[in-house]
Design a protein around this ligand. Structure first.
Ligand SMILES: NC(=O)c1ccc[n+]([C@@H]2O[C@H](COP(=O)([O-])OP(=O)(O)OC[C@H]3O[C@@H](n4cnc5c(N)ncnc54)[C@H](OP(=O)(O)O)[C@@H]3O)[C@@H](O)[C@H]2O)c1
Length: 204
């Protein structure tokens, strides 16, 4: 769909490039392509398409397995320079890592602005930001205020209630929450995926 005028961009739509076209990539693409003010393209596991989408996008969402992040960072190369990189990964290892995966990504891609978001949400709710019709929280961390604000605005446009969760260092806590979400859904509790977190009283 063609995106109408977005005042923040002086009339241009914001270009969202998604790397990885699985559950998360597919859901976010479906959620974003119906939004005014945004254009979206998604690349499957194909080196050339990944490079094309990274070169095209202003905000790049890495919707790939944790194990593929390093490879994608290499593939992105120079064309990711200066861009916002959204990390959605969760680490289901036995022990929480000392440093968050988002901080590791920032160290591996120092010329980008890493923002952590969407990791605490089951993919099926990423089209609408809602569970059973009720908006859920989107926890967002990042060290670049403008990059974080832009991802929060994207989340709000989808239908989430964005929560400013502080600097990128705080990703270690929302990464734990992402793992807890997975465990509540399919691990120790088996509530299923129709669940979501909501912070009462946080309005951003
Ligand atoms: N599913 C959820 O509910 C959920 C919720 C929150 C966060 N997450 C996180 O989101 C990320 C993606 O999860 P998912 O459930 O969407 O996984 P998925 O369904 O397995 O999709 C991952 C996609 O990434 C592609 N991919 C792998 N390596 C790639 C590469 N080098 N370049 C481009 N694409 C590549 C895969 O393609 P091939 O299969 O062809 O290799 C696949 O299409 C994970 O880090 C996960 O922890 C998932």
């Amino acid at each position: 769909m063609s995106a109408p005028v977005d005042s923040e961009r002086g009339g241009r739509a914001i270009r969202i490039g998604i790397i990885g076209f699985g559950e998360v990539g597919g859901a976010l693409k479906a959620g974003i392509e119906k939004l005014a003010g945004y254009e979206v393209k998604a690349a499957p596991h194909d080196r050339k398409l990944v490079r094309d989408v990274v070169a095209w996008g202003e905000v790049i969402i890495l919707a790939v397995p944790l194990s593929a992040v390093g490879e994608v960072v290499k593939e992105m190369g120079e064309s990711a320079k200066g861009k916002i990189l959204v990390d959605v990964t969760n680490d289901f290892g036995d022990e929480p890592p000392v440093k968050s995966r988002a901080e590791e990504l920032q160290a591996n891609a120092p010329d980008t602005k890493v923002v952590k978001a969407f990791n605490t949400v089951f993919a099926r709710h990423m089209r609408t930001g809602k569970v059973g019709g009720e908006a859920i929280s989107l926890f967002v961390t990042g060290d670049d205020p403008d990059a974080k604000r832009r991802v929060m605005n994207l989340g709000r446009a989808i239908g989430f209630l964005p929560v400013d969760a502080g600097p990128l260092k705080n990703s270690r806590w929302i990464e734990s929450l992402g793992v807890l979400n997975g465990k509540l859904g399919y691990g120790t509790s088996n509530y299923g995926a129709d669940i979501g977190f909501r912070v009462i009283g946080a309005s951003a």
